[in-house]
Write a protein that binds this ligand. Structure first.
Ligand code: ADP
Length: 487
């Protein structure tokens, strides 16, 4: 009896295997962390073999309790942009994977901005940045011994983490990725759905090392590594998977994930809007050969601000205590925090800005700081929503939320008040893994499209109120002052 779909969530710090049943309920989870490698300041690497080994172990842990015969299919979701390069003959990586956070190619990116920004934005939807895979692959081709020769022989393979896992799970039978992952490489034309020859020439990347690009719900072969044959039928990058897990499938539907940072995506249907506010245009999904698009923006520091208050200022001993502390006051007493620990993301894109606190008086206390911290997360997210609205002209009707920090009811209420629409927190907040499970199960018929939208259930709805204690204009002023201080 095929009663489950297995989602593989290949994250930045851990590999997870999550088993879902037909009602989208989690039946079992296994998780294993892997090593973060920091060879130089600003460099971040992973050992691709360790990524696969930990992923394999967590699958085995889950299948140890439930047999492979019970698994309808596998769906994969993954940290995006990270570049893995391996030898097609030995299936061995030729170097460590270069992780999305790695900044080693920042200087090169700056050097091509003037000439290429417009073109790269119009083809790939992206702002030129070291995050995206292209310059990481270029770096490997130029700096890892033997890489170029292997590429010339047609024996070199590049992939994001999904592609690497697919290759290993199918024992080299499939070198493929899905359109959402391809859209984060800065080599893929999101409008024509092809690897872009002009960009490949710019980065001097041979097409022979690139994976073929499939729909997000598609035939990704089978794995026989766990006894029996398990079909792999869904793949999507983590944020797109979360968007689908939240069932944001129509134009104008938005989700925001509140974790270390915030990731906000707005579905824009089959229309790709070019951003005038430094948001990214990205592929939301490709289903049945039809490409759906999204606008994406991120807040670099969100939950990590709460960690800072906990670990550095010792204001709280647990992140969960921030809410009670903030509730002791009804407003921030004129205090604003701009948590630009590592610069500012969209719409500001200022690498030099650093964190600041404004408006302190002799009466400012911990509760004011706590409240200002929560408000800063809310204000930054509101700025993204505003940009999405301006870029697309689409009215946003509600915000669906997930991530570890959404347990904070006060923050969710403030978010609803600040953006003027209701914030909806679903029952299942494991939306990333759920999205991948849905993609796989939709292909096989395990899930039905109408049924899964009914599975999305509200845990709590935060109704927007007219909250006079919020002051986004004050926050914007603080951001401008922060930028000025960095100039
Ligand atoms: P990630 O996946 O980015 O590691 P999670 O989704 O696990 O993050 O969320 C953890 C983050 O949420 C941490 O940064 C933590 O500080 C923050 N967080 C946890 N509980 C709360 C809370 N009650 N209020 C605000 N932030 C919280």
């Amino acid at each position: 009896m095929k009663q489950y779909v297995l989602a593989l969530d290949a994250g930045t710090t851990s590999s997870r295997a999550i088993l879902f049943d037909k009602d989208a309920t989690i039946v079992d989870v296994a998780q294993q962390e892997f090593t973060q490698i920091y060879p130089h300041p600003g460099w971040v690497e992973h050992d691709a073999n360790e990524i696969f080994d930990t992923q394999k172990k967590v699958i085995e842990q889950v299948l140890g309790k439930h047999s492979p015969q019970q698994i309808n299919s596998i769906g994969i979701t993954n940290q995006r942009e990270t570049a893995v390069v391996w030898n097609k003959q030995t299936h061995e990586p030729i170097c460590n994977a270069i992780v999305w956070q790695d900044r080693r190619t920042a200087e090169y990116c700056n050097s091509i901005k003037e000439a290429w920004s417009k073109k790269i934005q119009s083809k790939t939807g992206l702002v030129i940045d070291a995050y995206f895979s292209a310059t990481k692959l270029k770096y490997i081709l130029e700096n890892v011994e033997g890489a170029r020769t292997l590429a010339d022989q047609g024996n070199l393979a590049f992939g994001t983490v999904d592609t690497w896992l697919l290759y290993k799970l199918t024992q080299g039978r499939l070198h493929a990725t899905d359109a959402t992952n391809a859209s984060r490489t800065m080599m893929y034309n999101i409008h024509t759905n092809e690897w872009d020859d002009e960009l490949l020439t710019l980065f001097n990347i041979p097409k022979s090392c690139l994976p073929k690009v499939l729909d997000s719900s598609d035939d990704y072969g089978t794995t026989t590594l766990f006894g029996g044959e398990i079909p792999i039928r869904g793949v999507a990058g983590d944020q797109q998977s979360a968007l689908f897990g939240q069932q944001c499938t129509q134009s104008g539907m938005v989700k925001n994930t509140y974790g270390t940072g915030c990731f906000m995506l707005m579905h824009t249907g089959e229309k790709a809007f070019e951003s005038k506010h430094n948001l990214l245009t990205t592929i939301a999904l490709r289903l049945n050969g039809k490409t759906q698009y999204a606008l994406e923006g991120s807040v670099f520091v969100a939950g990590s601000l709460i960690q800072w208050l906990r670990d550095e200022l010792k204001m709280i001993d647990d992140a969960s205590k921030i809410e009670a502390l903030a509730r002791k006051v009804s407003d921030s007493g004129g205090v604003f925090i701009v948590p630009a620990f590592a610069g500012l993301g969209a719409p500001h894109w200022n690498q030099d800005a650093r964190g600041s606190i404004f408006g302190l008086t002799r009466g400012s206390n911990q509760s004011h700081i706590a409240r200002a911290a929560l408000e800063s997360i809310v204000y930054q997210s509101a700025e993204l929503i505003d940009c999405m609205h301006k870029d697309s002209g689409i009215e946003i009707k509600e915000l669906r939320v997930d991530g570890g920090a959404v347990v904070n009811d006060l923050m969710m209420q403030l978010q609803a008040d600040c953006i003027g629409v209701n914030v909806l927190r679903p029952k299942v907040i494991e939306t990333t893994a759920l999205g991948a499970a849905y993609l796989a199960g939709l292909y096989t018929g395990f899930f039905d499209a109408a049924e899964i939208s009914k599975n999305w259930k509200i845990d709590q709805s935060f109704t927007s109120t007219d909250n006079k204690n919020l002051n986004i204009q004050g926050f914007k002023k603080a951001v401008e002052a922060t930028k000025f201080f960095a100039s």
